[in-house]
Design a protein around this ligand. Structure first.
Ligand code: APR
Ligand code: ZN
Ligand code: ZN
Length: 391
């Protein structure tokens, strides 16, 4: 990090309105090591914000996109990354809710505030700035704000592209938070923790005394556990094939563990046996159809609800026969935990600051930005929840 966040306002007076040259981790092709190189970042246009990224981490969606497992891989070169926190370097014309020096969190599921979805309390989708893995340019003019040193475009990713010391975002995809909030931890709210906690709070609406099963205990699954713990769930079952995740799980309120590899029956049968027929809620946080089916069958007939959080490679279809829904189980997908980023993230940040929500367990590693490929390996090998990169 070349500047502490307090001396920042002075620095930005030298860069506002100009092209900035900075370091970014550029993806040149699927599965190829990211290359840390100089890139040019254009000034923000109308209703855009240029942010100095101070901390970023790697989420499983970066990993699948990097590997080329979904549609998102098709634009190269590209700057991945969508979990981060930083400081506003400059704002484009018309931006009124943020100014130079504000502490901010980017978020991929934008909120324009005016479309029919944004005006509804029933959804956090946004017709204008909703996440779209195929989108790789800015909405304003269909161009990129990143370019190589010889002037060729570098594409954007998930409305955010945080693997860069500076990035340009639509103002609908970035929100100001309290300057007293610790930015290191706030980066977790940019995706994984919000996705998990919000799935428990906003999507499932977990009730006190209820039972929960969480499949996949990465940062997303453990954030579901934390959300369920805060809501007073009495039984929180964690399912993972990596036993090293069980230790962390305990700290966020998981009461029982199941390693499918240790069982000679399907996971749902085991869960049925220890819960009087099934849990009230199950959450799929892996991105695997077999796991999704187990999660579905693990809930109680009549009222069980399965929330899908994992990103599944396409093309894939739900592993259910339609008639199975007559058993009264429901299944629903959740993007960004149902949170409306602009209006709800500042309050979530406050809940972390006052200790309602405990984020202590999620950052397991910290590395300098230039070690980003090592951070990818930690996630691939299941060794990290989140490795915080310092830019
Ligand atoms: N059964 C149970 N757990 C599994 C299985 C399986 N068959 N396969 C993998 N897992 C576990 C892994 O051991 C790991 O602990 O799932 C966990 C996934 O965690 P991470 O790789 O850390 O991923 P995370 O960032 O938490 O994201 C989880 O949510 O947002 C989506 O794209 C994201 O699909 C991904 C999911
Ligand atoms: Zn993510
Ligand atoms: Zn909108």
């Amino acid at each position: 990090m070349d500047v502490g966040y307090h001396s920042y306002e002075t620095e930005s007076t030298h860069t506002a309105g100009k092209v900035i040259t900075c370091r970014a981790a550029v993806a040149w092709g699927p599965g190829q090591p990211l290359v840390i190189e100089d890139v040019q970042v254009a000034p923000p246009q109308k209703m855009e914000v240029r942010v100095k990224i101070l901390f970023t981490s790697i989420c499983h969606t970066d990993l699948s996109s990097w590997k080329g497992e979904n549609e998102a891989q098709r634009a190269y070169p590209r700057i991945l990354g969508h979990e981060a926190a930083g400081i506003v370097e400059s704002v484009g014309e018309g931006v009124e809710d943020m100014k130079i020096g504000d502490h901010v969190i980017p978020f991929f599921q934008g909120e324009c505030g005016t479309c029919i979805c944004c005006r509804s309390q029933k959804t956090n989708l946004c017709q204008k700035f909703g996440v779209n893995p195929l989108k790789s340019v800015m909405v304003n003019d269909g161009k990129t704000r990143f370019s190589t040193m010889d002037g060729n475009p570098i594409f954007h990713f998930l409305n955010t592209s945080t693997f860069s010391q500076y990035t340009v975002l639509d103002s609908a995809c970035v929100v100001k938070i309290d300057t007293k909030a610790p930015l290191e931890k706030m980066s977790l709210l940019s995706c994984g923790v919000s996705t998990g906690v919000g799935a428990a709070w906003n999507v499932a609406n977990v009730q006190p005394g209820s039972s929960v099963a969480i499949f996949g205990l990465g940062a997303v699954g453990l954030a579901v556990a934390e959300g369920a713990r805060v809501r007073g769930a009495s039984k929180i079952i964690g399912v993972d094939i990596n036993p090293s995740k069980f230790f962390k799980g305990k700290a966020v309120g998981i009461t029982e563990f199941i390693n499918p590899k240790d069982l000679d029956v399907p996971v749902h049968e085991k869960i049925g046996a220890i819960t009087e027929g099934g849990v009230d809620y199950s959450f799929e946080c892996v991105g695997n159809l077999e796991v999704l089916r187990e999660a579905f069958l693990s809930t109680h007939t009549g009222w069980g609800l399965t929330v899908l959080l994992g990103i599944h490679p396409s093309p894939m279809l739900l592993p259910l026969h339609p008639m199975e829904l007559f058993n009264g189980r429901q299944i629903v997908g959740s993007i960004f935990g149902g949170f409306k980023g602009k209006t709800q993230l500042p309050k979530l940040a406050e809940q972390c600051m006052c200790g309602t929500l405990n984020l202590d367990e999620f950052i397991t590693h910290e590395l300098p930005f230039h070690n980003i490929n090592e951070a990818f390996q930690l996630l691939i090998e299941g060794k990290s929840l989140r490795c915080l990169l310092h830019l």
